[in-house]
Design a protein around this ligand. Structure first.
Ligand SMILES: [Zn+2]
Length: 350
């Protein structure tokens, strides 16, 4: 049985956002299902710690870090129209980034095979100089910076399957050939970036891969996307570590978006990621929670992913009926367009 870690701690409930969609009940709902499905007992708990401030400063500007801290110290408020900073948010965000870093340590040192960082606030919209889209510090980008610095890695894959484009992560690594950033997301949708033509810049050209998918895309479209584009590019890159910005807002029941993915579909994607990692880097995968806002289903989607990290395929007692699973012609067209465009950078595309 694989050894799978879980970063979890009550501190992540202290980023108090009230009735905002990105609320503490998300974590409670996930933990309840992990327990109900018998997965929680199998997981090795990884306690988080605050991220090292020097490491944080490799991704975020010092003035921005101070601005988050100062706003929290003054009692909190709204950073922008949809991003809340509560009194405890600065410290909780340091723990979210630091917990993700600890997950990388455990996996890189070989103490665990893979890990899931069940943290909040999420990170993938956070840019070097600003919070955005419910995100304060970019947990996955900070974890990648740490993996490179601490373990000397030269090739890290960040796969972002949150329904929204991971604009913050893209900005951090867009001129960097050492971090391959692949984002599959619904388009058009917030934040509006992530066009196929955004491929990185300078030495990093080709190492940013954006895969905009139409509203209504479901499990079959995503399976086709992964098999035709994500897997060949990842195998050609040969990552030494795979980080996943694991958002679950592409679920068909999610209130914030319009994909048609099911929990089973998330498990299928996780299985493909685990297979890529098994072939490239001895299975080293760290998943990091991003979005996912339907409290009735998010736990099942996460459980489906974690079961695949164990190499299991459990029948979940999911309460919501799956959609019919039509494979939209426009989804296939988008995938084929991506293959054509990206063939200039990646030889292995079929
Ligand atoms: Zn999202």
């Amino acid at each position: 049985m694989a050894r799978v870690g879980l970063v979890s701690d009550p501190v992540f409930l202290q980023h108090e956002t009230g009735g905002h969609p990105e609320r503490k009940e998300r974590l409670q709902a996930i933990l309840a299902v992990l327990a109900e499905e018998g997965l929680l007992d199998r997981l090795t708990l990884i306690p988080p710690q605050e991220v090292d401030l020097n490491l944080l400063a490799k991704v975020h500007h010092p003035e921005y870090i101070r601005a988050v801290r100062d706003m929290a110290v003054r009692g909190g408020g709204m950073w922008d129209a949809d991003t809340i900073i509560a009194p405890q948010s600065y410290r909780v965000a340091l723990m979210a980034a630091g917990g993700t870093v600890r997950a990388v340590d455990e996996v890189m040192q070989g103490d665990l095979d893979s890990a899931f960082a069940l943290v909040r606030p999420p990170g993938h919209h956070a840019e070097p100089h600003r919070a955005m889209g419910f995100c304060l510090f970019n947990n996955v980008a900070i974890a990648a910076a740490h993996a490179r610095e601490h373990f000397g890695l030269e090739r890290i894959l960040i796969l972002d399957w949150d329904v929204h484009h991971g604009n913050g992560t893209q900005v951090v690594f867009e001129d960097d050939p050492g971090v391959l950033f692949i984002s599959a997301h619904q388009s058009p949708l917030y934040p509006g970036t992530g066009a196929l033509q955004e491929v990185g810049m300078g030495a990093g050209k080709g190492y940013t891969v954006n895969l905009p998918m139409p509203r209504g895309s479901g499990d079959r479209a995503y399976y086709y996307l992964f098999k035709q584009v994500v897997e060949p590019i990842a195998l050609e890159f040969v990552p030494q570590l795979v980080l996943v910005s694991a958002g679950f807002d592409g679920h068909h029941a999610d209130p914030l978006a319009g994909l048609q993915l099911t929990s089973r579909g998330y498990g299928q994607m996780a299985e493909m990621v685990m297979d890529i990692a098994a072939r490239c880097c001895n299975g080293k995968v760290v998943m990091v929670l991003e979005g996912g806002y339907n409290l009735d289903v998010i736990g099942y989607a996460v459980a489906s992913v974690i079961s695949r990290m164990f190499g299991l395929d459990i029948q979940l007692k999911e309460p919501v009926d799956p959609p019919k699973g039509e494979f939209l012609a426009i989804a296939r067209e988008r995938v084929d367009a991506a293959k054509n465009q990206l063939g200039a950078y990646w030889k292995l595309l079929p």
